[in-house]
Design a protein around this ligand. Sequence first.
Ligand code: FES
Length: 149
Amino acid sequence: MQFITVNDKKYELKDISEETPILWVLRDYLNMTGTKFGCGVGQCGACTVLLDNIAIRSCSTPLSEVGNKKIITIETQTDKTVQKLQKFWVQEDVVQCGYCQSGQIMNAAGLVKSNPKPNEEEILSAMNGNICRCGTYNKIKTAIKAATV
Ligand code: FES
């Protein structure tokens, strides 16, 4: 029997291989579909979640790496960093198609948790691996800056 803690709630997992990527545990077993599948090979960032407050690619992180660590997803109702970023995402009107944006916000949350007041260079460096086909990069940068002044 396995347990996993997501957004402050403990879930029991039955008959799931330890090799299953966290992305599919979230989407297929826990019905949390805010975390998106993009490339599936750790290259786009659409699937980003926090594992003990560190941004990780859930498509290429197996369940076996979770252990007692806590997962936070875009569906969190309690994480203040994620909620603040969501507020500024709306304020700055970042989203176009929206598909990559939960991953963008969760990656930004990982940055802000380790570096509460990142400068422009640090924002660009941290967000560099999260791809947006709509090209919302400038608005993402503006939203992170506004959320961390
Ligand atoms: Fe995980 Fe692209 S879906 S990095």
